[in-house]
Design a protein around this ligand. Structure first.
Ligand SMILES: [Zn+2]
Length: 235
C-alpha cells in the first residue's frame, strides 16, 4: 500500500515542477518587459481607461490594489483592479497586463459565455478545493467501511469540481489576452513591433493557468489511481 502511494506521488511532483517552471518563466518575462518603456508613454491606468472608453464601457472603474501580480477584473462590482506597479507604470509589461484585465471587462460587457460560466463556478470550486482533502483524509482514516468509501468518493468528486474550474478558466484567459492584443493595436497603444513584448508577457501569464490546470488533472489522476475500485473491492 505504501509502495503504491509512492509511485502515484510522481504525478504530484510532475505537477509541482510544471507549476514552478511556468511561474518562474512568467516572473522572468514580466521582469524583462517591466524594464522596456512603451513609446506611447501611457500608464497602466490610462491604458485601461482608454480601452474601456473605446469599447463604450463607462460603468467599469479602474483602481489600484496593493501587492504584486494581484491584477484582476471583478464582474460583481465591475472594477479593473491593477497592482500599484501596473497602475503607475508605462512599461510594456504594465500596458499588457492592464489591457488583459480590460479584456475580461469586454468579455463581461459582450456577455461572453465562458466568463459567465466561470463566475458561476467560483463558489462551487471554492467549496470543492476546501472540502476535498479533509473528506478524503477522514475517509482513509475511517478504514474500509461504507462511510469511508462514500467520503472518499465525494472528496474526489469535490476535487474534480475544482479541476473543472481550472479548465474553464483557460478559454477565458486566452480570450482576454487575444482581446487585449487587438485593443493595443487598434488603439495605437503599442505601435510597430512594440506589441511583441506584450504578447510574450501575456503568453507567459497564460502558461501559469495551463500549468495549474495540468497539475490539477495530474493530481486527480493520482486520486483515481489510488482509490479506483475501492468501493467495489469488498463486494
Ligand atoms: Zn485574466
Amino acid at each position: 500500500m505504501y509502495y503504491h502511494f509512492d509511485i502515484t506521488y510522481i504525478f504530484v511532483i510532475i505537477g509541482m515542477l510544471i507549476t514552478l517552471i511556468a511561474s518562474w518563466s512568467m516572473k522572468a518575462t514580466f521582469a524583462r518587459f517591466e524594464r522596456v518603456p512603451s513609446s506611447s508613454n501611457m500608464t497602466g491606468r490610462e491604458v485601461a481607461e482608454r480601452i474601456l472608453r473605446a469599447n463604450g464601457i463607462y460603468d467599469v472603474s479602474v483602481r489600484p490594489v496593493s501587492g504584486r501580480l494581484t491584477d484582476h477584473y471583478d464582474p460583481r462590482d465591475k472594477t479593473v483592479s491593477l497592482s500599484e506597479v501596473i497602475y503607475n507604470s508605462t512599461s510594456v509589461a504594465a500596458v499588457a497586463v492592464a489591457a488583459h484585465e480590460c479584456g475580461h471587462a469586454i468579455q463581461d460587457n459582450v456577455g461572453y459565455v465562458p466568463l459567465n460560466l466561470r463566475s458561476a463556478f467560483v463558489p462551487v470550486a471554492n467549496w470543492g478545493s476546501r472540502l476535498s482533502w479533509p473528506m478524503i483524509v477522514i475517509g482513509v482514516f475511517l478504514g474500509t467501511g461504507n462511510m469511508s468509501n462514500i467520503l472518499i468518493q465525494v472528496g474526489i468528486l469535490m476535487f474534480m469540481l475544482a479541476v473543472i474550474f481550472q479548465i474553464i478558466t483557460l478559454p477565458v484567459e486566452f480570450d482576454a489576452s487575444r482581446r487585449a492584443m487587438i485593443e493595443l493595436k487598434s488603439n495605437n497603444i503599442l505601435p510597430g513591433n512594440e506589441d511583441r513584448g506584450a504578447k510574450k508577457v501575456l503568453f507567459a501569464a497564460a502558461m501559469t493557468y495551463v500549468a495549474a490546470a495540468a497539475s490539477g488533472v495530474l493530481q486527480m489522476l493520482r486520486l483515481l489511481l489510488l482509490f479506483n475500485g475501492r468501493g467495489r473491492r469488498r463486494n
